[in-house]
Design a protein. Structure first.
Length: 205
């Protein structure tokens, strides 16, 4: 029976450069399977369209449930089979996003959102999480340069300050899982800092 695959997640504020880093990591480690959240499977992609639509008014608890539902489907349909078959997965956002955005940013409570997502994922926890740490103001400027914001990207500075602080607290609470990267650096520097962490994560079988 093949060894279980490794689950490596990317986390950070909007505008922190996760998409750019993911592309660099896939080029460096072509054996990784890249997935994103919310998304990765048909149902989750449809839920992504709902939860990011700026034309919709989505209540905070409904938002948390939509993210959890998309996550549950991704775990059942793609993540668990891939990991069980020994494939290593690079996932753009996972449960820590909900802890930071809905738990802290929306004020629903980190532990309440954790309980919801333990149920949604069956208790699946990443082996390694790369947190791209970025001052919220810089993230906002990068967002503005990208074009029309989605529903979450329209939130104010106070919201993003809460999310950033929650990410810092999560990383401090689990230093063995989190690798904190300076997302204010150049993309090349961020990738160079991330490469040893991925090499170590994939070697730790």
């Amino acid at each position: 029976m093949p060894p279980a695959g490794k689950l490596i997640t990317l986390e950070g504020l909007d505008g922190s450069g996760k998409t750019t880093l993911a592309a660099g990591l896939i080029a460096a480690f072509p054996g990784l399977t890249l997935l994103r959240e919310p998304g990765g499977v048909v149902l989750a992609e449809r839920l992504r369209g709902l939860v990011t639509d700026p034309a919709l008014d989505v209540a905070p608890r409904a938002e948390a449930l939509l993210y959890a539902a998309a996550r549950a489907q991704l775990v059942a349909e793609r993540l668990e089979p891939l990991l069980r078959d020994g494939h290593d997965v690079l996932l753009d956002r996972f449960l820590d996003s909900s802890l930071a955005y809905q738990g802290a940013g929306r004020g629903l409570g980190v532990e309440a959102i954790r309980a919801l997502n333990v149920f949604a994922t069956g208790g699946l926890v990443p082996d390694t999480t790369l947190l791209l740490r970025l001052p919220p103001g810089l993230g906002r400027r990068r967002q503005a340069a990208r074009g029309a914001p989605d529903r979450l990207e329209r939130e104010d500075d106070t919201f993003y300050a809460s999310v950033g602080a929650a990410y810092d607290a999560l990383a401090a609470a689990e230093p063995a899982r989190f690798v904190v990267l300076d997302a204010a650096a150049t993309p090349q520097a961020v990738l160079a800092e991330a490469l040893p962490a991925i090499t170590l994560a994939l070697a730790g079988r």
